[in-house]
Ligand binder design. Structure first.
Ligand code: ACM
Length: 668
């Protein structure tokens, strides 16, 4: 048996990338390389005599594995430092695997043993997550279950595509509390996400205890009312809303995250999105006037006074306390959506501009950000901010070309790209900045599924076109953001987050060439079962729904236009554009693009030199809604010199003005 393992290990790097035919495994995100051993080898079964072998350096990970297995299996696996007889799960650091990086691992499963090896404890932890996902979904239950605790014999070699795999929770707008945060951290860890971006301060609430400034929470964590519905609405809850974390609670959550190999990046927003702090200490604002913690949502007028030294000493003091709580090397300072009205009217800001040679309001914000970056760097940390910190006009607040002229952003500052042309992110990269890509239209979890379907979330690729390979490395990953203005309840929050979190986990971890939406959807079936057991209220209908972006890895072979669209049922021919290249399964989809009326399809045939060789008969509708638009064709034998065409029976649905694409992919 030992020889088999060694043979497996030796050939590991030579495995072909996971093909779409290997979908029986359930791991999300898909590993880099995975191979089932000889099917004769069967399974590894967890039993009462299974032991975990790990030395002291991996005690946390070994304990996490035993603790994850115990409730549902009833097995209390013993952890020991040395191998003995009996079935073993061996966890071992192996510096020779350094090519797997800080988070990669190998996992070997045979009937008599499991071995997880990695250069770091984080890699070992991720290997354990893969073991747990290979087990039946019931493993996540908190009570003993009757499942068969076996996993298939596999060999995996895995590492992430990106080092920054973030989920952001906005608790300033609606406070959810410690229990919910821990539940989210558990889900992130299972999906191998490693950055919890915690949006803790905003106009509508300050949620972190700062001992030097008690009013930040005695005043700033409370609001008297809350706008409901959507932007600009006149409806209110009529109820106060409040909540904050004590420093003890934060330490506990930071440790909980660290046990799961998750870094928490706190976001302390400035100079805008600061009304809760200004309500607590009006002298922080440019106007020096008392204000209330905001009860409505949108872009506020009040902002910290960039011309007052006391602003910077306040920020420095707050960050001193923040840094004692969060070991992260990076602090997020927001920087988004500053309205400059108060700054424009301020005599002190005018003086500041004159003194520092600042030409525009964007320059003033850059001056502010660079000052804060300097303060933060002196404390041994670094700053990250939304891409407004570059000084571009994303909101029309910098009219008359008032974008940054004089100042330029500190190059160590990490730019969190969320809005505007990708050219802005590209320019920042070329200027030497590191980028996290959280483009709102692709990654905002507060957006409905109509805007960002599960497939669209899955299709997101954070790499921006037109960069050199070296420049691409400056895009360190992605974030997905749960903004909570209109998300007061946990139920609603979970509906928005899940299942899209699974898609973003795979976007961030899985090699681009291994991304496969159809396989993902199949793997999500087990994940749904886990969430059902855990009581997570995910959006259940998302697997069945389609949008055009679900088919990002299908290849376009032809179009339909009004000219080809008949009023009544008729056979119409379409090209295969050389994409039929072997015998086997093909999937053809009809994707509506524009027009008032949809296209209806009743059957699709594959013709070989004009003769039908495969057919799928079913009704489909391709318009604003996409129903039944996938046709499956199986070509029994391929003839090299034959001409392959598609023949669809179609009609316009009440009109013939639609346009769309016909896309194909093999292997399904
Ligand atoms: C943002 O959505 N205001 C970063």
């Amino acid at each position: 048996m030992k020889r088999t393992i060694i043979a497996c290990m030796a050939s590991l790097t030579a495995f072909p990338l996971l093909s779409s035919t290997v979908v029986a495994q359930h791991i999300i995100p898909t590993p880099l390389e995975m191979k089932y051993s000889d099917p004769q080898q069967g399974n590894f079964t967890f039993t009462a005599d299974t032991t975990i072998v790990a030395d002291e350096t991996l005690k946390n990970e070994a304990t996490a594995l035993a603790a994850s297995l115990a409730p549902a299996t009833g097995l209390k696996l013993v952890i020991q430092a040395e191998k003995t007889d009996g079935k073993q799960i061996k966890l071992a650091l192996d510096p020779a695997l350094k090519d797997l990086g800080k988070e990669g691992y190998t996992l070997q499963v045979t009937p008599t043993g499991i071995e997880v090896k990695a250069p770091t404890a984080t890699g070992i932890y991720y290997g354990i997550q893969s073991i747990l996902q290979l087990l039946p979904a019931e493993v996540v239950a908190t009570q003993k279950q009757g499942a068969n605790w076996s996993i298939p014999c596999v060999s995996i070699s895995d590492k992430p595509r990106f080092s920054w795999r973030a989920f952001m929770l906005d608790e300033a707008r609606h406070f959810k509390g410690e229990k919910e945060v821990k539940k989210l951290l558990d889900q992130m860890a299972a999906l191998k996400m490693n950055v919890f971006h915690w949006h803790l301060t905003d106009d509508q609430g300050w949620r972190i205890e700062i001992k030097k400034y008690p009013r930040l929470t005695t005043v700033g964590s409370k609001r008297t009312d809350t706008q409901t519905g959507t932007w600009g609405s006149a409806t209110r809850t009529g109820e106060p809303h409040s909540g904050f974390y004590t420093q003890e609670q934060i330490k506990d959550i930071v440790a909980y995250a660290a046990d799961r190999h998750i870094t928490i990046i706190p976001e302390i927003g400035m100079p805008g999105h600061a009304c809760a702090a200004i309500a607590a200490y009006p002298e922080l604002g440019t106007n020096k006037k008392p204000i209330e913690v905001m009860t409505i949502f949108g872009k506020a007028y009040d902002a910290y006074d960039p011309a007052a030294e006391t602003t910077y000493s306040f920020i420095s003091d707050v960050l001193d306390e923040v840094f004692t709580l969060f070991p992260s090397k990076i602090v997020h300072i927001g920087g988004d959506e500053v309205r400059f009205d108060h700054w424009k009217k301020s005599a002190d800001v005018k003086k500041l501009m004159k003194r520092e040679g600042l030409k525009t309001m964007a320059d003033v914000q850059l001056y502010f950000t660079n000052r804060v970056a300097g303060i933060v760097q002196k404390k041994g940390r670094n700053v990250m901010g939304w891409n407004e910190i570059l000084g571009d006009d994303l909101h029309g607040f910098l009219k008359d070309g008032q974008t940054a002229k004089a100042a330029s952003l500190d190059k160590n500052t990490i730019v969190h790209f969320w809005k505007g042309s990708t050219q802005l992110a590209k320019r920042a990269i070329k200027d030497g900045h590191t980028i996290v890509n959280s483009l709102h239209s692709q990654t905002y979890l507060d957006y409905g599924y109509g805007n960002i379907s599960l497939g669209k979330a899955y299709a997101f690729d954070p790499i921006i076109k037109g960069l050199t390979q070296e420049e691409e490395k400056r895009i360190i990953g992605i974030g997905c953001q749960m903004w909570s203005e209109w998300i007061p309840t946990v139920k609603r929050m979970e509906y928005q987050i899940y299942p899209r979190l699974g898609a973003y986990a795979e976007v961030a971890w899985t090699a681009k060439e291994n991304k496969d939406y159809q396989s993902f959807k199949k793997r999500m079936v087990r994940q749904f079962k886990c969430w059902d057991i855990q009581g997570i209220q995910y959006a259940k209908n998302q697997i069945a729904k389609f949008s055009a972006s679900d088919f990002f890895n299908h290849v376009k072979v032809d179009n339909w236009t009004p000219a080809q669209t008949p009023k009544d049922w008729k056979n119409v021919s379409f090209k295969t554009a050389g994409k039929i290249t072997s015998a086997g399964n093909y999937e053809v989809v009809f994707l509506y693009q524009k027009g008032t009326h949809a296209l209806e399809i009743s059957e699709l045939a594959l013709l070989e030199n004009g003769k039908q060789v495969a057919i799928d008969k079913h009704q489909a509708f391709s318009g604003g809604q996409l129903k039944g638009i996938i046709y499956k064709l199986k070509l029994p034998t391929f003839k090299k010199d034959a001409k392959y065409t598609l023949q669809a029976r179609i009609k316009g649905s009440g009109g013939t003005d639609s346009h769309g694409e016909i896309k194909i992919r093999s292997g399904e």
